[in-house]
Design a protein around this ligand. Structure first.
Ligand code: IGP
Length: 261
């Protein structure tokens, strides 16, 4: 079993267990539909920086990144820095995140928030909405085309934006459909953890123009962003580069100031 298969197997158990405690209809009853979400895709289209900043304590590839911050400060710092959106990891076992992190980030800022999770079940999408997310991530490597369709359509019904993540051409071809808003190219191979920004560059021209293009992972310099902008990317998902510092918000601010200078 590779690491991605292991994460998904654990996630299946986790979701089944949750469903036995709080049923899907019960969870649906706690969704506040009246909260109007801010569209991350729209914000990215109109931004000069395109930064989506992530809250990530640790990861399977990097073990500890930063365990001493609190998510409210990070969220406020990112918002003050002028990021387009925030990504919050909610996986506990491999990334040290939680739904609590999502709620606290939501309570701390109004910027669009992405629930960063290994979504394999509609339950997790209702959960994302109930806990205040505006955007969900779907990972093509762990879903069939049918699943991507069902899950993304449910997200759209709930007023959520959808970011679909791919890592190669095959995943991209399998996934294109109108219920997606943003196409993310993960520069990190989730099975081997290898990072290569060339992945974003080579896949760019194969992504139709109606989707906002987002380059994800391994971005640590403003030069890399300038380079990726030449390949039509409008969004840049950055975690570790900000989170490894004592004040991720300040790091993001410096970064954004340089991009728009
Ligand atoms: O910390 P980085 O290298 O800047 O990467 C952020 C983000 O792209 C990465 O955390 C990520 C992208 N896709 C994922 C899917 C699951 C978990 C994590 C991820």
């Amino acid at each position: 079993m590779n690491i991605l298969e292991k994460i998904v197997a654990d996630k299946r158990k986790e979701v089944d267990l949750k469903k036995s405690l709080i049923t899907l209809p019960q969870l649906e009853a706690s969704v506040m539909m009246e909260r109007t979400s801010v569209s991350l895709a729209e914000v990215l289209r109109n931004s000069n920086s395109g930064i989506i900043a992530e809250h990530k304590r640790r990861s399977p590839s990097k073990s500890v990144i930063n365990q001493s911050l609190n998510v409210q400060d990070v969220a406020k710092g990112y918002a003050d820095a002028g990021v387009c959106g925030m990504s919050v990891l909610t996986d506990g076992k491999y990334f040290g995140g939680s739904l609590d992190d999502l709620v606290l980030a939501r309570a701390s800022t109004n910027i669009p928030i992405l629930r960063k999770e290994f979504i394999i079940d509609e339950y997790q999408i209702v959960e994302a909405k109930a806990y205040g997310a505006d955007v969900i991530l779907l990972i093509a490597a762990i879903l069939t085309r049918e699943e991507i369709k069902t899950l993304s359509e449910l997200a759209k019904d709930l007023g959520l934006d959808v970011l679909l993540e791919v890592h190669n051409e095959e995943e991209l071809k399998k996934s294109l459909m109108p219920s997606l808003d943003m196409l993310g190219v993960n520069n990190r191979n989730l099975k081997s953890f290898e990072v290569d920004l060339e992945i974003s560059k080579s896949l760019s021209k194969k992504i139709p123009d109606d989707f906002v293009k987002v380059s994800e992972s391994g971005i640590s310099s403003v030069e890399a962003i300038r380079d990726l902008k030449e390949f039509d990317y409008q969004g840049f998902l950055i975690g570790e580069n900000f989170m490894k510092t004592d004040e991720p918000g300040k790091s993001a601010k410096k970064f954004i100031d340089k991009i728009i200078a």
